[in-house]
Design a protein around this ligand. Structure first.
Ligand code: SAH
Ligand code: SF4
Length: 348
């Protein structure tokens, strides 16, 4: 048996590898290793979540952002982008429409838009929770204080997505300007966990300056942090950012990491991301086949979708919410999975 197959088996049996073992596996994996890991990962996923696929409707409610992350099309420094902000009423209407399509989790995502102060976010959460008490609310609105996260939680937010982007501090500093810090990012994640959120972290695969050592750090960080959700997508360049000429991340490495995260944290909720579906037409299907169990279709009004361009060529920006919902259901059926009407909580 090859060394890499032994390492994949070890990860499956013990849910952990040392830094050296991670390095060795990640720097020498073959396609055969990747497919072996995918098969093992899918077996584990099936044993916990069956063939169920949880869907989350994403409402991209503002593309205004005070931050200047070098990789992102919404960065404050991108003056070519037409900015928008949905009203509270519009956000509510997106969720209402989503409920009718069978969504039982709403993900409210935006740039870091200070117009949405704590009170406003809490009001939005309370209204949705009041009318749809059986639904979960996930926030993905960036770095906030402990008090803010606490207020959102008390208003009814259930989950929070905040990718750590990289567990390597020096790498973090090459992806963000000086006024953002790795320490604050990590502080946010631990605050969210301590407040009882189902917490999601994650990375872009192939972000500029990422090395195998960085990914080893990511795996060790996640082994310790034990996120309930893990967002993994390839880095994709955006033409109005400093990283416009940087190469895309590797599709195969993204799939491998989905599988390895599943083997390391068997119960995690792992989406087959929109970025994975953007880099390859059947990316989300292959993501599921590699161990993902969540898909996050768009619930934003069609009129604003093209303005929420984190990276170039993002898919599903011309379709209505109903079309996205139907499309995902069909795509999953073709590969033998079922989209379920459920909150889709983390199974401890
Ligand atoms: N402002 C919030 C949520 C929106 S960005 C936040 O930053 O958390 C959501 C995620 O999109 C980011 O965490 C990042 O990992 C991803 N993203 C941004 N630009 C990207 C790019 N060029 N390619 C791939 N993913 C990108
Ligand atoms: Fe803003 Fe999030 Fe984009 Fe950074 S990644 S610029 S915080 S929207």
């Amino acid at each position: 048996m090859s060394d890499n197959i032994k390492l994949i088996d070890k990860l499956k049996n013990e849910n952990t590898l040392s830094g050296d073992e991670w390095f060795s596996l990640l720097s020498s994996f073959t396609d055969e290793n990747r497919l072996y890991a995918a098969k093992a990962a899918r077996e584990i996923t099936d044993s916990i979540y069956g063939k169920d696929i949880y869907i989350r409707g994403i409402v991209e409610f503002s593309n205004i952002c005070k931050n200047d992350c070098y990789y992102c099309g919404l960065r404050a420094g991108n003056s070519n982008l037409e900015r928008y902000r949905l009203t509270e009423e519009e956000i509510y209407e997106c969720c209402k429409e989503g409920y009718e399509y069978g969504f039982r989790t709403f993900v409210l995502q935006s740039g870091e838009d200070l117009h949405f102060d704590t009170e406003t976010i809490c009001r939005i959460i309370s209204r949705i929770k009041n009318d749809y008490p059986e639904c979960a609310i996930t926030l993905s609105i960036g770095e906030k204080t402990y008090e803010e996260y606490k207020a959102y939680k008390e208003s009814g937010a259930d989950r929070y997505l905040l990718r750590h982007e990289t567990a390597n501090k020096a790498h973090y500093e090459r992806l963000h300007p000086e006024n953002m810090s790795w320490d604050n990012r990590i502080r946010c994640l631990y605050d969210l966990k301590s407040l009882g959120y189902q917490t999601g972290c994650g990375i872009m695969i192939g972000s500029p300056y990422q090395t195998t050592e960085c990914i080893v750090d990511d795996m060790l960080f996640m082994a310790d942090f034990k996120p309930e959700m893990i967002g993994l997508g390839p880095f994709l360049p955006h033409s109005d950012t400093p990283f416009r000429d940087e190469p895309k991340g590797s599709y195969e490495l993204t799939l491998l990491l989905i599988s390895l995260c599943r083997l390391m944290l068997p119960h995690a909720l792992i989406p087959a991301t929109t970025a994975l579906g953007t880099i390859k037409p059947l990316g989300r299907e292959e993501g599921v086949q590699a161990g993902a169990n969540v898909i996050m279709p768009n619930l934003s009004p069609v009129a604003v979708r093209k303005k929420y361009m984190l990276y170039d060529n993002k898919i599903c920006t011309g379709d209505s919410s109903g079309e996205c919902r139907g499309c995902i259901e069909k795509r999953m059926e073709v590969i033998g999975y079922n989209v379920v009407i459920s909150r889709g909580d983390f199974k401890a």
